[in-house]
Design a protein around this ligand. Structure first.
Ligand SMILES: C[S@@+](CC[C@H](N)C(=O)[O-])C[C@H]1O[C@@H](n2cnc3c(N)ncnc32)[C@H](O)[C@@H]1O
Length: 268
C-alpha cells in the first residue's frame, strides 16, 4: 500500500458496501453497472489501470481479472484493506494507495486507463478531480467515469433521504449527461461515449424483473437511468482522439504499452 496519508471523511463504509452487495437490489445493480463500465473501458489486458476511489475494489478487481496491471486509490484505509482481501480471494493483486483524487501520488501520464465510479459525486471540486485524472492519463489513454444520474427515481428517493438527514445522500451530487461531458471536456478530454444504466426503480423485485431489459434501454437512450457512464480519451499531441460521442473507434484509441512510447510514464 502506498504511503500517502490523507484524513478520511467516509461517506460510505466498507460494511455498508458489503450489506448493499448482499441484497438482491445491490447485487443486481452492481452487476448492471459493472457490465457498462467494463464495456466502456474496453480490453484491459496488459493496460496500466488506475481505479480512483476504489472503495472495496469491485472495479479494480474486475480490471485485474481482465489482465490489467492495477493501481487503486482511496482515502479510507478500511476500504483498501477490504479491497486487498477481496482481491486475494479472487487470486489477483492490486497496488493500493491511501490518498485522494485531488492530489494523487502518481507521475504524469502513468496510466492507460483511469476508472472512477461514484466518486465525483462525493468530492467537493469535481473539475479539479477531473484535471488530476487527466494529468495521470497517458496521451491516447481512456477515462471511464460512472456517476449517479440526476433524473431518476433513485436520485429523487436519495435526495429525500438526504433532506431527512442521511449523511451520505446529504452530501451526494447527482449529474446530468451534460455535466459529465462538460467535466471531461473541461479537463481537455474528448468524449467517446456516454450511456445510462439501471432503468429499474430501487426495488429488488423490479430489479429482478427489469434488469434483463437494461442493455436494450441503454442502447435506446431511454430516460431515467440511475447510473451514467462516460468514456473519454486524452488526445495525442498529434490530434488523435477526435472521435465524438457515438463515434465508432472506441477501443482502438488505446495503444499497447509495449508498442507505444507515448504510454510510458513521463520521468518526473
Ligand atoms: C460510493 S464509493 C465507490 C467505490 C467504488 N468506486 C465502487 O463503485 O464500488 C465512493 C468511494 O470514493 C472514495 N472517496 C471519497 N472521497 C474521495 C476523494 N476525495 N478521493 C478519492 N476517493 C474518494 C470513498 O472513500 C469511497 O470508497
Amino acid at each position: 500500500m502506498g504511503s500517502t496519508r490523507a484524513e478520511p471523511e467516509p461517506v460510505v463504509s466498507a460494511a455498508s458496501y458489503a450489506r448493499w452487495r448482499a441484497s438482491t437490489l445491490g447485487r443486481i445493480t452492481e452487476r448492471v453497472e459493472t457490465r457498462l463500465v467494463s464495456a466502456l473501458a474496453g480490453d484491459l489486458h496488459d493496460r496500466r489501470v488506475l481505479d480512483v476511489g476504489t472503495g472495496d475494489g469491485t472495479y479494480a478487481i474486475a480490471a485485474a481479472l481482465g489482465g490489467a496491471d492495477v493501481s487503486a486509490l482511496d482515502p479510507q484505509a478500511a476500504m483498501l484493506a477490504r479491497a486487498a482481501e477481496r482481491a486475494a480471494a479472487r487470486g489477483v493483486t492490486l497496488d493500493l494507495h491511501e490518498g485522494r483524487v485531488e492530489a494523487m501520488p502518481f507521475a504524469d501520464a502513468s496510466f492507460d486507463v483511469v476508472i472512477a465510479v461514484t466518486v465525483l459525486c462525493f468530492v467537493p471540486d469535481p473539475a479539479h478531480a477531473l484535471r488530476e485524472m487527466a494529468r495521470v492519463l497517458a496521451p491516447g489513454g481512456r477515462l471511464v467515469l460512472g456517476e449517479l444520474a440526476r433524473y431518476s427515481s433513485w436520485a429523487a428517493e436519495r435526495r429525500v433521504r438526504g433532506w431527512l438527514g442521511a449523511r451520505t445522500w446529504r452530501r451526494a451530487r447527482f449529474s446530468s449527461r451534460r455535466d459529465l461531458c462538460g467535466l471531461a471536456r473541461g479537463a481537455g478530454l474528448t468524449v467517446l461515449d456516454l450511456r445510462g444504466a439501471v432503468f429499474f426503480p430501487p426495488s429488488g423485485l423490479a430489479a429482478r424483473v427489469m434488469a434483463p431489459l437494461d442493455p436494450t434501454l441503454s442502447r435506446l437512450r431511454a430516460p431515467g437511468p440511475a447510473f451514467l457512464a462516460l468514456a473519454a480519451v486524452k488526445p495525442q499531441a498529434s490530434g488523435a482522439g477526435s472521435a465524438a460521442v457515438g463515434g465508432t473507434s472506441r477501443t482502438s484509441q488505446l495503444t499497447s504499452r509495449s508498442r507505444s512510447p507515448a504510454t510510458e510514464p513521463r520521468k518526473s
